[in-house]
Structures are given as structure tokens and as C-alpha cells.
Ligand binder design. Structure first.
Ligand code: BG6
Ligand code: MG
Length: 215
């Protein structure tokens, strides 16, 4: 394929916020008396706020009113925002800046496709907001990952056809979304977990432009 754009997920790919989403969901699950492990959390990576809450409630055989769901989502988000209050450009994963610079030098566009409603705040805090040619996040889409909508929106915002885009994701739901969007998927994490990806790297620092262009 000839790569004209790389579209990155945010949480767990460019920075370590995935763990704080886990801590905040875990605190809520504990309060509700629902067992929730890091292994369970693999299913929730990339899944939006309501989808994540409902997954946890279902695990505990709980059904709540819309008002109670809204209250718990608000509670989780307030806790999450507290946990990420300290983030600065130092929280950007190693390798992100050099990779972005390499992409820019080669005229390859950089997009963001995040399932988080806090994405704009986080990229601002990381000091990378202006480096994206287009940012697509949960505030602009109706269908959450594994639906391809957020990746397709990013591609169209970048003005690049999906078959010329590469998506980078740490989540099972995200890899599925990229594949369904008709893009090539790069996984960040464990190859056994992210089996749907064309290639899996342990972290962004191990991705180079040369290996992206080989896809
Ligand atoms: C995704 C994370 O990026 O965003 C999920 O992988 C998180 O863990 C989801 O639940 C929604 O985030 P937010 O910030 O809108 O609650
Ligand atoms: Mg992620």
C-alpha cells in the first residue's frame, strides 16, 4: 500500500492514560461490588464511556436507570480527570515526537481517532494538539469502536482514502474498527491479544517509518 496518513489512537498508544481509565473503572466497580480485573479491562480498551459502564454493570447483573447511569459516568469521569490532572508533555510516550517528525518530513498526514470525550484536553496537556492534521474523537461520532466511524471521520478530515491510511491501536475494539474502515492496522501491545493487526509492536518507540512503509 502507499501510505499517505497514519491515524493514531490516544489512550495507551501516545500516552499512559489507559491505566487511569482502568483505575477509575475499578474504583467504581469496587463500590458497586462487581469484580473487575485488568484482564476484564482488555475488553473495555477503546470502548466509549457508556459502553464501558454497561459492560461492568452487566458483569454484576445490574440494570440501572438512565439517570443512575449518567451519575455513575459522571463520577467515573471526575475521578479519571483527577487521576490525569498531573499530566504534562513528559507523559508523552518515548518515540512519539521522533515518529511524528519523520511522518511530517515524508509528507504523511497525522490523524487522531479517539473514543474519549477528553481527547482534546489530553492532547493539549501533552503539548501535541497542533501536530495533528485532523482530530476525530467521541464528541463527533455516534458509533463507538469497534464501529469504524471515528477512523473514517479522521480519514475524511485528512482528505485521504482509507486504503492509504494506517491505524495504530492498543485495543481489540480499535483494531477491529481499523480493519472495518478498510485501513491497515498496527497494534501496540501483545501480539497474542491483538491478533487482528497486520503487525504488532510493543510500543510506539519501536515503530519506524521504514517498517510502516513495508506494510
Ligand atoms: C478510550 C479508552 O480511548 O476512551 C477507554 O480506551 C475509555 O478506556 C474511552 O473508556 C472513553 O473515554 P472518556 O474519556 O470519554 O470517558
Ligand atoms: Mg487506546
Amino acid at each position: 500500500m502507499s501510505c499517505r496518513a497514519v491515524i493514531f489512537d490516544l489512550d495507551g498508544v501516545l500516552t499512559d492514560t489507559a491505566i487511569y481509565h482502568f483505575y477509575a473503572w475499578k474504583a467504581l466497580a469496587d463500590e458497586l461490588g462487581i469484580a473487575f480485573t485488568e484482564h476484564d479491562n482488555e475488553q473495555l480498551k477503546g470502548v466509549d464511556r457508556l459502553g464501558s459502564l454497561r459492560w461492568i454493570l452487566q458483569k454484576g447483573d445490574l440494570t440501572l436507570s438512565t439517570a443512575d447511569e449518567a451519575r455513575l459516568m459522571q463520577q467515573k469521569n471526575a475521578h479519571y480527570l483527577e487521576l490525569i490532572d498531573h499530566i504534562t508533555p513528559d507523559n508523552l510516550y518515548p518515540g512519539v515526537q521522533p515518529l511524528f517528525a519523520e511522518l511530517k518530513r515524508s509528507g504523511i498526514k497525522i490523524g487522531l481517532a479517539s473514543a474519549s470525550k477528553n481527547a482534546a484536553f489530553v492532547v493539549e496537556r501533552l503539548g501535541i494538539a497542533t501536530q495533528f492534521d485532523y482530530i476525530a474523537d467521541a464528541n463527533q461520532v455516534t458509533n463507538s469502536k469497534p464501529d469504524p466511524e471515528v477512523f473514517l471521520l479522521a480519514a475524511s478530515g485528512l482528505g485521504v482514502a482509507p486504503q492509504h491510511c494506517i491505524g495504530v491501536e492498543d485495543a481489540l475494539a480499535g483494531i477491529e474498527a481499523i480493519n472495518r474502515a478498510g485501513m491497515k492496522a498496527i497494534g501496540i501491545g501483545d501480539a497474542k491479544v491483538l491478533s487482528g493487526a497486520s503487525k504488532v509492536y510493543p510500543d510506539v518507540a519501536t515503530i519506524t517509518l521504514t517498517n510502516l512503509l513495508k506494510l
